[in-house]
Design a protein around this ligand. Structure first.
Ligand code: AQP
Length: 359
């Protein structure tokens, strides 16, 4: 058993092209974590089948494309573990254990299931319903302590913490008996002083933790939105980026002189947040620069900045995609490293639960 140590885990589904929301809310924020603690980044292909099986060739391609985007964005395969989830069987095994830890009532409260299943929830897959348990398994198979994600994943991370807490509490005596406990950094009357699973810290920050659709400022930018104009894909070229920003929905007013003035103007607020995140500045600084200006001035400036920031990424992704064998080699090496961390964790967990080990 290894003692708990800081470790960062996060992932993206290969359900299509990565977009600006995935980049600003998640991937770009992973890069500096590499200087702070060990990092594991996963292409969560098992999550990608929960809303229906995609075309097999498209799923394979999207898995490579998301990997290329990670690397192009600055995730260094020499410093981070990069792999696709289906190659490390501990994810599925732990997800089953967590199916038996999580309560139906907890999952019934998940808003993402309600959003994705829509009115037809009877016809949704069991996998879509149990998705958050698999996500908890993704994180806790590595006993990860830090999880940088976009704002939409907040509820799932709270559930991950609830699962970890319940497991630690239910098996508190067993964990002590087997000498597998680590000091609980936050002991309380409800939780034991020695725990096995950490309660991972959600890292939801930055000026754009929830990037909204370019067509509707009240909906999050999403890969599965039927309108391609609603999102900027990392694979879009300069002309396409400029076109999408030009066509982005706005209101007729110029930008306000104060941040407060963005209230009730979701589309304007979204574009300011995107500009701030791309420029590495605060929204206040952007309002100080562009307050009083019409969108006919702001949009071209935003398009120029977006192209400047995304064009090198786009070019690097294309270069990497030209050599799929190289991408596969990164994923293979990553899967081996990931297995080496997850296998002992699952061995401990089987012992804690009492599964008879005869091999
Ligand atoms: N609009 C967003 N703004 C900020 N962060 C976002 N993320 C997703 N959309 C936004 C963050 O990106 C990471 C990976 O997300 P995902 O691919 O696992 O799934 P998702 O959150 O369901 O993203 P999509 O684009 O909406 O995918 P589909 O349409 O396939 O469901 C996560 O950290 C997420 O928070």
């Amino acid at each position: 058993m290894t003692a708990l140590q800081p470790r960062c885990f996060s992932g993206v589904q290969p359900t299509g092209n990565l977009h600006l929301g995935n980049y600003l809310g998640a991937v770009s924020r992973w890069v500096p974590m590499q200087d702070v603690m060990p990092t594991i980044f996963c292409v969560v292909d098992m999550h990608a089948i929960t809303a229906g099986f995609p075309n097999a060739t498209e799923l394979t391609n999207a898995t490579r494309e998301v990997t290329a985007a990670f690397i192009a964005a600055g995730i260094d395969p020499k410093r981070s573990v990069i792999f696709n989830q289906s190659q490390v069987k501990e994810h599925a095994e732990l997800a089953w254990i967590f199916n038996c830890v999580a309560r139906m009532g907890w999952l019934n409260r998940m808003t993402q299931f309600k959003d994705k299943a829509g009115k037809n929830s009877e016809n949704a897959s069991v996998g879509l319903f149990a998705y958050p348990n698999l996500m908890a398994a993704d994180i806790l198979a590595y006993r990860a302590t830090h999880v940088p994600v976009g704002d939409d994943q907040k509820q799932h991370l709270e559930l991950t913490r609830d699962i970890a807490q319940k497991f630690n509490n239910d098996f508190a005596e067993r964990i002590l008996e087997l000498g597998l406990g680590s000091p609980n950094p936050v002991p309380s009357p409800e939780s034991p002083e020695q725990i096995y699973l950490p309660l991972p810290e959600p890292m939801i920050a930055g000026p754009a933790p929830r990037v909204m659709s370019l067509r509707d400022g009240t909906k999050k930018m999403s890969k599965s939105d039927p309108s391609d104009l609603s999102r900027i894909n990392l694979a879009d070229d300069a002309d396409m980026i400029a076109k999408k920003i030009k066509k982005a929905k706005t209101d007729p007013e110029p930008l306000p002189g104060e941040l407060e003035g963005l209230k009730g103007r979701p589309e304007a607020e979204n574009l300011v947040a995107i500009y701030a995140a791309l420029a590495g500045k605060t929204k206040d600084a952007i309002i100080a620069e562009f307050g009083g200006q019409p969108f006919s001035v702001f949009k071209p400036a935003l398009a120029e900045l977006a192209v400047e920031r995304l064009a090198p990424l786009n070019a690097e992704m294309a270069r990497l995609m030209a050599d799929p064998a190289e991408i596969d080699a990164v994923l293979k090496n990553g899967a081996e490293q990931a297995s080496a961390i997850a296998e002992p964790v699952l061995r401990d967990m089987r012992k804690i639960i009492g599964f008879l080990d005869v091999r």
